[in-house]
Every structure is written in C-alpha cells, then in structure tokens.
Design a binder for this molecule. Structure first.
Ligand code: FAD
Length: 1265
C-alpha cells in the first residue's frame, strides 16, 4: 500500500465520528462564563467562544459553575500575526509516572505545539479551532492507549474526558507538521493522539532518546522541547497503524530519534512551520513524499522524507530542489561565482564553475534535506552545509558554508560566519515563475563590461580620496532607508551579461557608490539617495547628471549576514544610470559583534534603525515581518503586551521557573555582598535599617549567600507593597525574601517584580533574557537599586535582573581600540560594581576614576544617565569616560523569534548605540554586562578636599545675622564664586532646611538652615588657585572654620570619612507617601543652570523657592512629601559638571546640550509642578535624567531635547524592536505620559487591589488539567 493510500485509510477511520460535542455552540453547556481573552488576530471569533460540555465543569468556591479548563485559555496565539501560527517546536510534557499503576513509566501530560522564541516552548498557540470539535469516540477507541500513555492524574480532580478534551481543544487543534512552500498541515484528531502515543512509546522504549532527555533535565516532571521534525517523524510512523493496543504502537526510525533534539539550544537553525492556512492533512493535500533518489542509504531510501518547511523547496514532483544553476558570491572575499548544481540527483555531480575559490567539479552526497557533503577534486573532502533561504524579489536564495579544515560542516549559517576556516557563499537564481529573470548560466565574463564610463578614474578602492558628493535634489526623504546602509557585495542578476562582483555602498550622509572590484579601471558610479516616506522600500538614486532611478529594495534579515534585492528601473536614459538592473546583495549585519567578515566601519551605521533586528522591520516585505512589529514601519511596539498573572498562556509555571533556576547554577554560592566592616567599601546599597548594614536587608547573610532566583509563590503578595511607611525600620527586616531581593529606592507605583535573578555571568543573563522573552515578561535591570524614579521596576510583575554580583574588574594599561583616548589606561568592570569598589580597585594602579559623589552608587546606572561627580570638571562626566559597553539585547531571528544578541558598543563598533548609551539613560538598551572607562592619573599634588558649612534661620528681620535677608546676599556671593571656578574644582553644596521646631514655636526664627559645602580640588593645597577658591568660599559663607584634607586616591578619601558619612544615602525602600501627581512630583525637581542663568537669575529664583517654603509653613499642603505638609526640604547645588572655566565639553554623547554646558545642577525637593515651572525650570530647559522628579511634563525635551530624543528613539527601535526593555520616562516610554502610568490611570488604581488568592492558585494549576 502506498503511503498516500495508507493515509487515506487512517482518515477514513477518523471521519465517521459520532457523539460530537460541538465546541462552537452552547449546546454542550449553559455556562455563561464570558470569554476573557480574545486575540483578534487569530481565528474566528465565533469559534473562540468555546464552552465545554457540562461534564467538564465544576463548582468554584462561590458555588458557581466553572469550566475546566476555563475558556479564556483558548484562542490565544500569543504574538502570532494574523493567520499564522509558527510552530517550531513541541513541548513534550512527560511525567515520571508514580500515580497510575499499570501505565507507562513516562506518561504524557501533553504534546503542545509552540514557538520557541529562541529557546523555549511557552509561546504557545492555543485553541486553533477551525471547526474541529472533540470526537469523544476516541475515549473508547483509545481507552487502553490513553490509560497507559496518557492517564489522568486524580490529584486534579479531573476526568479522562475533560483532560483529553482539553488537550485536544487547547493544544491538539494547533498541532501541525510542516510541508513544502511554508504550508503546514494540521493533524486530525486521531492522528494527533496516535502521533503522541508513538512519541510517548519511544521515550519509554528508546534508551537513546531517554538519555538525551535526561541529559537536558533531571526532574520527574519534564517539559523538553522536541523538534517539529521529530513530531513529523512520529506522525509518519503512524501511517498505516490502525491498532489500538499498546503492543501495536509502531516505533520511530533511528533517523527520527536523532532528530528530536537536533535543534539543541539553537532554534534559529530549526525553522518554524508557519500555519498559514487551515489545510487539514488528507490524502489529496498531504505533503508530498520526497525520496532522494541519489541516496544510497537504505534507511533513508525506505523512509519517506517530507521536505521540511523550506518555502518553494520542491519545484516539481520529480525534480531536485537544487536543480539548475545558481549564481553566487563569497561572503568574505571579493569573488563571485556560479555554483552549478547537477541537473538531477542521480549522477551525484555538482559542477562548480567560479572565479574563486572552487574551480572544480565536485561530487556530492546528500545528507538529509538540507545538507550536502561536497567532495571537490581528488581526495579533498569539504564538509559543507547547504541551506535554502527564503525567496526574495523573484529570486530563490540559498547559502553554502564549507569548512575547509576537514572539520564537520558548521551547524548554521550563523555559526559558519563565525567559524575560522569556513568559506561562505550566498547563492541566487531566478525563480521559475519570475518573468524576465534570466541571468546567464554561462561562463563568467573575463572581459571588460560592455559599457564603461570613465567619469571618475581611479586606480583602485584604496587610493580613492575624498569623492565629491552628489547633491540631493530628488524627492523623498534624503538618505537611504536604514536597512540599506552599509557595504554590500552584489551581483547583477537581471541581464544576460555578467560582470562579476560589484560593491554597493550606502552611507548615512545620503550617498551611494557602485564599484567593480574585478574592473579596477572602471569608474565608480555615484548617486545621492532618498527614499519614500510612505514606503521605505522605494529608493531613489540620483546620479550627478540628474538622472533619477527608482529602485525597489527588498531585504531579508538573517542572523549575522543579511541579503537583499535592489531592483532598479530607470526614469531617464543616461547611460551611466542603473537602468533596469537588478542586484542580489549580501552584507554583514550592522552592529554584528559575531561576524568576522566585512564588519568594519562601513557596515556599522547603527543610526536610526539600521541595527540587525530592526532591519527586517524597515525593509523586509510585510509578510516576512516578525510578529511583534507593527505594520510596515520600524515603529517600536508601543502598546505593551506584558504577560500578567491572569494570562496562563504566558505566565511562567513553577516548572519553567525551576528550569530557569537550574540554568542559573543555583548551587554556586552568591556571596560577598556583606559590608564586612567599615572602612571596607560598601559593595551594595545599604537599605535603611538593614540588619548589620547588610545589603538587601541581610538577605544572603547566611553562609550560602543569596539564592540564584527568588519569586513570589503567592501572586497576591506580589501585588501588595513590600514595605510600609507606618512600620519602624526593624519591621522591614521581616519582609519576605522576595521583597528584600527586589529592594530599591522608594516606590512610586508598587511595582514588584515577579522574579528576581542574581546572575553570576553572561550565560545566566542570557538564560534570564530568554526566559523573559519567552514569557513576555517586562524586563527590568538593577544593580544597586539607587535609581530615584523606579526605572529599575516594571509594572505587572516582570523579571528583575539584578546584576550586582557581576563584579569582575580589569585594568588595561593600553586601551586597544585607540590608546590616545585613554592615555592612562582603562578599567573594565562588571555591571555590579559600585563607586567604592572602583575606587579601591583603581587605587591599586595609582589611578582615579571620574565617579559620582556617593560611594554606594552603581557604575552602570551612573554612566548610562550622565554622571557628575567630584572630578567631572577636570576628568569629564561619566559619559565622557566610557570607552566600551558590553550589552545583551533581545533581537529577532529570521522567523521573528526573540534571540539574545551580544553587542559591543564603542566609538568604532555600534557607534550609534554607543552614543545613545552615554546619556540615553535607563535600562532600555539591554542588559549591560560590563563597561570600560578611562583611568586617570592622580593629579599632581593629589586630591584636595575642602569642607565648610554655615547655619542660620529664616528670621525675616534685616538685622538677623544669618537670617532670611542674609541669605539673599549669600546667594549673590555664592554665584560670583561659582562663576569663578575653574576645571579643577567640583562642588557638592547641600542647603538643608529644618522645620521641626516650627511646629512648636510657629516662628520663622525657629526654622533653621544649614549649608554644608564640600568640594574637591584636583591638585595640591599649595596651589594658588586652591588657596584662592578656599578663601573665596570662606567669604561667601562668612566662616573661618574649614576642614582641609589631601588624598593620594579617591579610596583614601572614602575610608577617611566618619563611619556615618554615608548614612544619608542608603536606599530607602519605603513607598512614596503620595501617588504621583502634579502636586506630589516625587524625588527631586532638577534643572541644569547655564553660566548666564546662574549669573542673572539664580539668586532671585532661589529666594522665590524659599518664599514657597515660607508660604507653605503658614498653609501646609498635605500632598507635600514633607510629613508636616511643608514645601521646604533641601537643595543640592552641584558644580560638578563641565561648565567650569577650562572644562572640556565633548559633543559626542546623548546628554542634553544644557547638561553639557551647565555650570550648576540644582536639585530641589518638594516642589509641585507649577512651583517648579514658576521657579527652577525657568533657569534652563534641561533636567538631569538620573536626578529629577518622577512626574514630569515634556520629559523627552527636558532630558535630551526633542531632536536628540528622536535619534535616541531611532536607536532604541533598532536595538530593541520588540520593546522588551522598558522603564519609566526612558527612551521608548510614552512621551505624553507625565505621570508614569504605562497601564493607564485606571489600571494603576486597580493595581493595588488584592486578587482572589484562590483564583490565583487556579492559574498555577490550570495547565495541569
Ligand atoms: C544616594 C545617591 C547618590 C547619588 N549620587 C550621584 C552623583 O554623585 N552623581 C550622579 O551623577 N548621580 C548620582 N546619583 C544618581 C545615580 O547616578 C542614579 O540613581 C543611577 O541611576 C544609579 O545607578 P545604580 O546602578 O546604582 O542604580 P540602579 O537602580 O541599580 O540602576 C539605575 C538605572 O540603571 C539601570 N541599570 C542598572 N544596571 C544595569 C545593567 N546592568 N544593565 C542595564 N541597565 C542597568 C537600571 O535599570 C536603572 O534604570 C545618586 C543617587 C543616589 C540614590
């Protein structure tokens, strides 16, 4: 019996089903539970509104009927775009059976199709209902099989009927096996169960398979990912199997078993089956059976291979997918070539005709559907991987990666590009259906091209100097679409003549050039470039003579190396234009840290959306777009789609959490966060009242230290504030471990993470990111937790990746990228490093770093946001010192699935990202693993510190020394002194108002102030300027009491301070007293004050601010953060920036112009929005990102300026197109949301509601039905 006939027989058995329980109607149930989730993109609404039959209901705790499983878990295909369900893996949920005597050792809980999202299987399509109702007859037919392989666990109080019904309706209806042309075939119900039985049987019977499984997970309940191909194999084994007893279950072939875990951890090599249609598998439309007639292997010959999800792979029933001639070019070398594959597979011959590097005929052996082993000439064996790529622009595409070293073929193109000794080629040929596409299979022309325009003689690429640009005059947006930027190896593929390899180069200044490496004498053709606003794939090339050519740019993103087609038709007839030409092109992805080829500066235009993941958004055809992207443009995904506990489809199960924990090496000790004893530096923030000055409230104090992972077992607890204003500090110690693990500066929104992880290395961060992407969790990152505005927190309970334990440090005497940038060497430090640790480390090398003021602050947050400090005027702001950043991001593979990339950002690598991460703030660019910054020599004469203070009152009468009127004079003197400062001085003046006595005395003379004035002088105390500034300040404050110290290192300064010096700065875990609003703006209202504004407006503005304080004493305002309702607080008036005389002000970072040129940073506490607008904000248009108020209108303009913000957003779109990384008032947040309500005001208000604990418990158990 042929395979098709067997299939028909199977189907015939399925069809005459009886006793249907209609999933679509209410016939089975009168239960009125409404559908709670519906993804409009997926399937028909009516089929989603599924109600189970009455047998599958139970009473909830209120006595109401509830459905099992709840209907809201259906019709949710997660992020899948309309009509498509990518199934690239199946989750095989098995349990090591200990509950059903007489059943298999390993029993099934489920076989769940899913999308791996790079590494996992939880992004599952649910309820892909297309009229498939549950045919209950299988409960009888498969009674023996079900009870043996798929028994019901009594602990869930379920029936076999409901369990199996739910497995089918929820998961089985989405089960597909891939066919050709991207079509996937849905498995009918009986086939689905038979396939699952075969797999379950195989895992019980095959030691090989079971060992592979147990290598992955050593638990009793396992949920490994198995490949779609494995399921396809199991399905093929069922063909012709009609038995219903356990003994009759067919075995999978050995080949098949090998394929179950073939994807390893690299799912981008395993393409998904895109369920684009609802094609049900039957005899007429089943995937065509392919037999490789060339293969001598009996095993392969007897095994019907279904071509595996390779679009258009099978051009006709009997022909080889490789038949025909392919034009190709080397990815890394200048050669072009032609791989002429054998016309049929029977003769095993591949003729390779190329200019390099294969001038031979090769024989080949086909190894599976996507690999060939080439034997080229004599005994030289090349192990090659040949794989088809998605078609593009009327062309079929493929790549060939050959390992010249005798080692096995690389596992993927991605791997090939990073494997030494691999020759990599892109191959193209016309699609059979593409009219007019016929580039010649004949020999490569060695002659000069027919048309040769010597408009600009050149002897070769290298010698060309300063070409004159072609000016822009064509319509459209000037410049190439970002995905087109870079240098492309290209082949002209439209016409009969061949000129070998060409090189297109598109630069960010809107210029393009076309060169011919094989014809060095030929002129370079130059164009200016523009593109259509509405359709960025429409590109206009204008030549110097004015001819405009319109090209259609089509783009296919691949990991590391992408390819494209530029199809140009001329609007003019000048011979120098690219008239009717079509180019197949390939290039390294910009910003690809992994690609060892051609990733020089020319392919690193990371500006405005050109980095790899986003390239596919800008220019790929819409069909090929990853699902998370909006429409056709490279828009950031604005509407957050974070998973919530209510969404069982994505919310992590305990099994998944345990698996993540295993990946984090939980037994490795996480120690070292204890602040052993003063004067050792504090390695981490010290929460107020924390036991024994332990970071994280003593969590980790036990000998085993911190755990790898903490999470809320009880979701209700997650939704409660962790700490309470009413509690004394001692009570904080009784907070849950989870609260302690997540501790950070005071909360404005009660956003607790669901999971906190403490990675120890890059691998751990990758695991956490994969987990987060898979479960659609909002990702927050924190080191120390100092951030003032909850930028280390996510709404909805996401994941908090706490990098505090990444503390590696290295000193590099020479900075490899450019030693002139760091003449005194460089420090690389892990993302968990604090100022104090860095000062200790740099002292060992007699160096100093330009840190901030307070020892406990983390290096990463400081450098991302800007960074002012005691040495900034002489050594630069934090951002000025960064040399390199190592960051992990969540990008997309070809199939739109999230994958974790590592990027290095520096002046030469990913320069736009580098620009953005120096001042763009927040954690929105990915998780930083390490940074490298400049080391500075300790200045001659050392580091001199000066401390003075003055106190006074608010006594209004003129005669009071140090009274209110005296203050006006002091501010004027202070201003003059500040303006005189040179780059050696950096100040930290704090003006503190004390109102505690006022409540009792109601007298302004009882209101006191203290001006504590600390500053550093980068040099010795004998220097003239040192003396001048010190004496000047004595005059300002009218004091003779001065503390003066001199240090050889910044660390010496830290340890010389009294033990309580830093008691001012612990991380305060208490929630803000008032919800954010215009009257309770939170944190501090900051303004960067220019020299001019300081000179002309500071004194009067300060007096206005003090007047606000005085008025509030008379009319307290309950919304003030001050408990008495006053608006007094304190003010920091830093001159620790780059506005001093003689300071350098580099312009290459993302901080605002106001930050760059400001002389003073004024951080004012307790003002309302209106009061800030009337006073401090009038002093300058910019605020400091890292020290500012939680509530801010026009925050994009105040932090960066609108223009820079647009650029930052472009970089953000390019590097985090799925918007995985979010933080409050960070790049990518809603610019119109002044108050920080990403879930909307209503949702914020509801967020504190206590959820029903029982309902929450159900979510956890739900998937165990
Ligand atoms: C007491 C105190 C004193 C301060 N003094 C100064 C000062 O003198 N000069 C100055 O300029 N600023 C100062 N600041 C502000 C400080 O620079 C910011 O609060 C800064 O964000 C703190 O960084 P952090 O890493 O310690 O904090 P965190 O809260 O751990 O992180 C801060 C931000 O950086 C992100 N982040 C942290 N680690 C990573 C990572 N590995 N990958 C990606 N993103 C990450 C977080 O998500 C968050 O958005 C001070 C703050 C406090 C509370």
């Amino acid at each position: 019996m042929t395979w098709h006939a067997q299939l028909a027989l199977v189907l015939a058995l399925v069809c005459p089903a009886t006793a249907w329980c209609s999933g679509k109607s209410d016939a089975c149930s009168s239960n009125p539970i409404p559908l709670r989730q519906f993804n409009a993109l997926n399937y028909q609404a009516n089929t989603c509104n599924l109600k189970w039959n009455r047998g599958c209901t139970s009473l909830d705790k209120h006595g109401a009927l509830q459905q099992k499983p709840p209907p809201y878990s259906l019709c949710n295909s997660g992020h899948q775009p309309a009509g498509r369900v990518p199934v690239d893996a199946y989750t095989l949920s098995l349990q090591n059976n200990n509950f059903a005597p007489g059943s298999a050792r390993w029993t099934l809980h489920g076989l769940w199709p899913g999308s791996v999202d790079g590494t996992g299987g939880k992004n599952q399509p649910y309820g892909c209902l297309n009229g498939e109702d549950f045919n209950e007859t299988i409960l009888t037919t498969f009674d023996g099989l079900l009870n043996y392989f798929w028994p019901t666990n009594a602990k869930f109080n379920n029936t076999m009927q409901c369990f199996i019904l739910s497995e089918w309706m929820k998961h089985g209806t989405c089960a597909v096996i891939p066919g050709a042309d991207g079509t996937a075939f849905r498995l009918p119900q009986e086939d689905y169960f038979r396939t699952a039985f075969v797999i379950a049987n195989e895992f019980n019977e095959s030691p090989t398979l079971r060992n592979q499984l147990l290598e992955k997970v050593k638990l009793d309940d396992v949920e490994p990912l198995i490949s779609t191909r494995c399921v396809q194999c199991a399905y093929l084994a069922t063909v012709g199997w009609t038995g219903t007893d356990v003994a009759s279950v067919p075995r999978m072939s050995g080949d098949c078993i090998d394929q179950c875990f073939e994807c390893g951890d690299f799912w981008d090599t395993c393409p998904p089956a895109q369920l684009e249609s609802t094609v049900m598998l039957n005899s007429s439309n089943a995937p065509r059976e392919k037999r490789d007639s060339s293969s001598n292997s009996n095993a392969t010959a007897s095994f019907p291979l279904l071509e595996f999800a390779m679009p258009a792979f099978m051009s006709s029933e009997n022909s080889s997918p490789w038949e025909g001639t392919w034009r190709s070019f080397g990815a890394e070398e200048g050669g072009s070539g032609k791989f002429e594959f054998a016309q049929t597979f029977t003769d095993n011959v591949l003729t390779v005709t190329t200019d390099s590097p294969y001038p031979r005929t090769c024989t080949y052996e086909r190894r599976g559907p996507k690999e060939l082993v080439l034997r080229c000439g004599g005994d030289h064996l090349e192990d090659c991987l040949v794989q088809r790529l998605p078609d593009i622009g009327g062309l079929e595409a493929a790549f060939l990666a050959c390992n010249h070293t005798g080692e096995p073929a690389p596992a993927s193109f991605y791997a090939a590009m990073d494997t030494k000794g691999c020759g990599n080629f892109l191959m193209f040929r016309c699609k059979a259906s593409a009219a007019g596409c016929s580039f010649s299979p004949d020999s490569i022309s060695a002659s000069e091209p027919k048309t040769e325009t010597k408009t600009e003689p050149e002897s070769g690429f290298e010698s060309e100097s300063k070409p004159s640009p072609v000016s822009h005059f064509q319509p459209g947006i000037a410049g190439a679409p970002p995905a087109l930027l870079g240098s492309w190896r290209s082949l002209q593929v439209d016409s009969d003549y061949e000129e070998g390899l060409a090189q297109w180069n598109f630069t960010s200044d809107g210029q393009a050039s076309l060169r011919w490496p094989n014809y060095p004498s030929r002129a370079v053709q130059r164009y200016s470039v523009s593109h259509s606003d509405e359709d960025p794939s429409l590109v206009l090339l204008a030549s110097a003579s004015g001819t405009i050519t319109t090209c259609r740019f089509q783009f296919q993103y691949q990991p590391v190396y992408s390819y494209a087609v530029l199809d140009c038709g001329s609007a003019g007839d000048n011979e120098e234009d690219t008239q009717n030409t079509k180019w197949a092109m390939g290039r390294c992805n910009p910003c690809s840290a992994h690609c060892r080829y051609s990733c020089g500066a020319e392919n690193d235009f990371c500006g405005a959306g050109s980095c790899d993941p986003a390239e596919s958004v800008e220019a790929a055809s819409v069909d090929a777009l990853p699902s998370l992207f909006d429409n056709t443009r490279a828009t950031l995904k604005d509407d957050h789609d974070w998973c919530t506990p209510e969404d069982s489809g994505c919310w992590p199960t305990k099994t998944a959490i345990r698996k993540l924990e295993q990946e984090l090496d939980p037994t490795v000790p996480r120690l070292g966060l204890r602040w052993h004893s003063y004067p050792d530096p504090q390695p981490a923030p010290v929460p107020m009242g924390s036991i024994d000055n332990q970071s994280f409230y003593g969590l980790g104090n036990a000998p085993q230290g911190l755990k790898a992972l903490y999470y809320y077992e009880d979701i209700a607890e997650m939704q409660r504030p962790c700490f309470n204003q009413a509690d004394p500090p001692a009570v904080y110690n009784t907070a849950s471990d989870m609260c302690k693990a997540a501790v950070h500066q005071n909360e404005y929104r009660n956003w607790n993470p669901f999971i906190v992880v403490f990675p120890l290395n890059e691998r751990h961060v990758v695991a956490a990111l994969n987990f987060a992407a898979r479960h659609r969790l909002c990702i927050a990152t924190a080191g120390t937790g100092h951030e003032y505005n909850s930028r280390n927190s996510c709404p909805t309970g996401g994941i908090l990746i706490r990098t505090i334990l990444l503390k590696d440090k290295t000193f590099m005497p020479t900075w490899h990228e450019d030693s002139t940038l760091a003449p005194a060497g460089a420090f690389r430090f892990g993302a968990g490093s604090t100022f104090a640790e860095m000062h200790a480390f740099s002292k060992d090398y007699s160096r100093v770093i330009s840190s901030g003021w307070c020892s406990t602050v983390g290096m990463v947050g400081f450098h991302l946001g800007g960074g002012h400090g005691p040495f900034a005027p002489s050594m630069g702001l934090g951002v000025d010192n960064v040399l390199e950043i190592e960051v992990l991001q969540v990008g997309r593979n070809t199939y739109g699935q999230p994958v974790v990339h590592k990027k290095i950002a520096s002046r030469n690598r990913n320069p736009q990202l580098f620009w953005a991460m120096r001042g763009g703030g927040g954690s929105v660019w990915g998780v930083v693993l390490s940074m490298t910054i400049r080391a500075h020599p300790v200045p001659d004469g050392g580091l001199s510190r000066v401390y003075m203070s003055q106190t006074g009152t608010f006594c209004p009468d003129d005669s009071s020394k140090f009274g209110y009127q005296w203050l006006r004079g002091m501010w004027t003197r202070f201003t003059a002194w500040q303006l005189s400062l040179n780059q050696k001085v950096s100040t930290q003046p704090g003006f503190f108002i004390n109102t505690t006595l006022y409540n009792e005395k109601r007298n302004l003379c009882s209101v006191t102030w203290e001006f504590k004035f600390e500053y550093f002088y980068a040099g010795g105390q004998a220097e003239r300027d040192y003396i001048r500034f010190r004496d000047g300040l004595k005059d300002v404050l009218q004091t003779d009491t001065v503390w003066e110290d001199n240090y050889k290192s910044a660390y010496d300064y830290l340890v010389s301070m009294p033990a309580d010096k830093f008691t001012l700065v612990p991380v305060n875990p208490l929630p803000a007293q008032h919800p954010p609003s215009d009257v309770a703006t939170g944190s501090q209202n900051s303004v960067l004050v220019s020299r001019q504004a300081l000179k002309t407006k500071f004194t009067s503005t300060m007096m206005d601010v003090l007047d606000i304080c005085v008025k509030s004493l008379k009319n307290p305002d309950k919304t003030s953060p001050d408990v008495s309702g006053y608006r007094c607080g304190f003010h920091y008036l830093y001159t620790s920036l780059t506005g001093n005389l003689g300071s350098t002000q580099p312009g290459d970072t993302a901080i605002s112009p106001g930050f760059r040129s400001a002389l003073m940073l004024w951080n004012a506490r307790t003002l309302t929005t209106q009061q800030s607008n009337d006073t401090v904000y009038k002093l300058g248009p910019n605020s400091y990102f890292s020290e500012s108020s939680y509530v801010m209108h026009n925050w994009t303009a105040r932090y960066w300026g609108e223009k820079a913000y647009e650029q930052l957003l472009g970089v953000k779109k390019a590097h985090d197109p799925g918007n995985h990384f979010w933080c409050h008032h960070c790049v990518g947040d809603n610019p119109d949301d002044a108050f920080g309500e990403p879930l909307g005001a209503a949702a914020q208000a509801d967020f504190g509601d206590q959820p029903d604990a029982a309902a929450q418990a159900e979510f956890v158990e739900q998937d165990k039905l």
